[in-house]
Design a protein around this ligand. Sequence first.
Ligand SMILES: Nc1ncnc2c1ncn2[C@@H]1O[C@H](COP(=O)(O)OP(=O)(O)OP(=O)(O)O)[C@@H](O)[C@H]1O
Ligand SMILES: [Mg+2]
Length: 460
Amino acid sequence: MNKILVVDDEKGVCHSFKKILGRRGYDVITAEDGLEAIEKTEKEDPALVIMDVTMPKLDGLETLQRLKALHPDLTIIMMTAHSTSEKAITAMKYGAYDYLSKPFDNSQVISLIEKALADNQMTIPVTFAETTDDKGDKIIGKSPAMLDIFKKIGQVSESDVTVLLRGETGTGKDLIARAIYHHSKRLNKPFLPVNCSAIPETLLESELFGHEKGAFTGADMKRIGKFEQCTSGTMFLDEIGDMPLPLQAKWLRVLQDGCFQRVGGKELVKTDVRIITATNTNLEQMVEQGTFREDLYWRLNVVTVLVPPLRERKDDLENLVHYFIQKYNRELSKSVKGISPDMLNSFTEYHWPGNVRELQGIIHRGMVMCQKDFLSIEDCEWPPQITSTDEKDGDVERLLTDAANILMKRGGVNIYKNGVSEFEHILVKKALEMTNGNQVLTAKLLGISRNTLRSKLDKD
Ligand SMILES: Nc1ncnc2c1ncn2[C@@H]1O[C@H](COP(=O)(O)OP(=O)(O)OP(=O)(O)O)[C@@H](O)[C@H]1O
Ligand SMILES: [Mg+2]
């Protein structure tokens, strides 16, 4: 019979686990604090431990660490009523099998236990490093989707695996990249963010890889690139969809062999950099269109964290609102207490195209204006009249109409062998006109990456 140790200072919790699991034939033993848990584990050798995080004497996370040091193979499930990103991340980092947020229903617990015990048969011992200090910003979220993300951060942070963060703009990819770094072994080494779309293409190669003296006109001195500057550290490569094709090949080599050549150089430079990447573009489509290397795509796709848009995790809204109110209370020396229930309701109905960043902006604006205890609709200029995406939609609509009119004036779609690509050609030209030739803005307007835009322009 499988023996399960339940550790919780609340007697009621231990009792209900005994009842539920006992009925299914498990032998349940209990402990009321961390020290007793360690003692009972020694004596009784349970197959699985379910343990609360907040406990007297020795708290759950510390007990988890000690138990794992003594019994690396032991399967431990943590649970807590006050779930925070930190606790979930730390629990997973210390080697918890999973993390449950109270309240949970019985069937959820039973199926998790069954899965854990089945996995137990095939576990490979893993050792876990010492605890690392955390100085990161808070990531707010208690929705199941965010809890999954916290777990993943905990699972990947200790290793050097390359992580790909995907999600719409403003969902928190930057924040997650930093959280991975803050929980990693490389915390005392540099963290270097590089935004591929913010650096002009002509400079990107030398920015990343450096150059030798005389490599090109104006290269008066040898220059060390970001990959070398960041040795032993963590690089956060943002907007990787905007990395030009020739650089993708060079980057793939860094990922595979850990080496590269400076621009204009022959010497192979070794580098030891942990890479975290992010994008909000459709990489699969780019691979299909030949603007993103397939081998690089597969190399990056090993650990992907999908950050869901705010509209798909509205149970996080209230916590986020309160977090931002507290943040701006501190920054603006105010003492706003909250927002009206009406406003929170209408937040829930809104589709948040700019995600958490948009919410933060609205609260910030409201807090600057607010003279009372509660944020009002007037303070926040809520609901938003024209959001940036609505504007974009308007622009795109205008573009489409213009392009269609031009096509029709020329004699209708039918006279073209390939009407769609002709239409696209006019559309891209019109978009470029509208942005005065700014490729970054044009790509944004059309909802494509700068690389895809370039490939379309190259066809002309
Ligand atoms: N879960 C969260 N808790 C607290 N703050 C958050 C959360 N998610 C995002 N934010 C805040 O929202 C803002 C936008 O987040 P971030 O810059 O991480 O988004 P992003 O996904 O990197 O966006 P982009 O694709 O535009 O670069 C930041 O100020 C960040 O601190
Ligand atoms: Mg970002």
